[in-house]
Design a binder for this molecule. Structure first.
Ligand code: PYC
Length: 315
């Protein structure tokens, strides 16, 4: 192998169909500061590696990348920075489930409770004996309710704005059933909602950019409470029910008194995968727990050849 070739070892997994690519060796050296600081360094100095790892021709628009880091917060098993085809995520629920299953595959953790350091604070991942993982996510809350926007081609749409580790606009005003056969229309609808929010300066708290749009409809599984479609920042849809999106939904259900603390909410994804969520109430917030399963499906080395025109991905 040529000396100039850069090697990055990754483990791929999927959580309810949504892929996670965990970088375990050869990623950027971001120092040892708080994870938010390291994320900013990743963005500033190594964004080409983000693209190289998740974008075509090595990846695709749906892959969420995860950089395994030494934690900064005390008593953590690991630190992680999530990224995607267009940038960086604050938190990622499906990715944290994938991370826990991958760390078990590597023999680095055993069933039990593990603290994970992220750019938005410490979350917990409980790895169960049966392989399922429960993520105790960051405090989540509804920021605004009954937000009405006029969306080109669709008319008035009403929804909530909530934080679940990322900012979400959540609505049940869907122009079609929430089914895979309607993927194109759901993508167009939610992309236009996002553009409308941006054009009207509608944000989360502290100008938080709303870069995830979540639409709810009837589930196919009679045991589920709801099905969702989640548009991710780079226009791909979440194949899983979205951990941070389920957390945002739990915050809205709690604010409306529609779900009691400790009761289970079964959230189905567009492709029929399932997360179970519940919450513990806090002061103006909820503490969500989201349970799902993940499977490791590749253990490989990415090769970055400087002679390759697309060494850093198609961007
Ligand atoms: O599971 O939180 C999540 C997530 C965010 C974006 C894709 N998945």
């Amino acid at each position: 192998m040529a000396d100039s070739m850069q090697c990055i070892r990754v483990i791929d997994s999927h959580t309810g169909g949504e892929p996670t690519r965990l970088v375990i060796e050869g990623g950027p050296d971001l120092g040892s500061g708080p994870l938010q600081q390291r994320l900013e360094r990743f963005r500033r100095d190594f964004d080409h590696l983000r693209s190289a790892i998740v974008n075509e021709p090595r990846g695709n628009d749906a892959i969420v990348g995860a950089l395994l880091c030494e934690p900064h917060a005390p008593d953590c098993s690991a630190g992680v920075i999530f990224f995607n085809n267009v940038g960086y995520l604050n938190m990622c629920g499906h990715g944290t489930i994938g991370l826990a299953v991958t760390l078990q595959y590597l023999g680095r953790i055993q069933p039990g409770l593990h603290r994970i350091d992220t750019p938005v604070g410490v979350v917990e991942a409980r790895l169960h004996e049966n392989g399922a993982v429960t993520v105790n996510n960051v405090a989540s809350y509804r920021h605004a309710t009954g937000v009405e926007v006029t969306v080109e081609g669709y008319g008035k749409v009403t929804g909530d704005i909530a934080w679940g580790g990322n900012w979400f606009f959540l609505t049940s005003d869907s122009p079609c059933s929430v089914e895979l056969k309607n993927l194109d229309q759901l993508t167009d609808f939610t992309w236009k909602i996002r553009q409308t929010l941006e054009a009207n300066g509608i944000t989360g708290r502290d100008h938080g950019h709303i870069d995830h749009i979540e639409v709810f409809g009837a589930p196919a599984d009679p045991g589920a409470n709801s099905r969702n479609f989640v548009l991710c920042p780079g226009k791909a849809y979440d194949r899983s029910p979205c951990g941070t999106g389920t957390s945002a939904k739990l915050a809205c259900l709690a604010a409306d008194g529609k779900l009691q603390p400790g009761h289970i909410w079964r959230q189905e994804s567009l492709i029929g995968s399932l997360f179970e969520g519940s919450f513990v109430p806090g002061d103006g917030v909820v503490y969500p727990s989201v349970t799902g399963t993940a499977f490791v499906n590749a253990d490989s080395t990415l090769l970055l050849d400087p002679a390759d025109q697309f060494v850093y991905g198609i961007r």
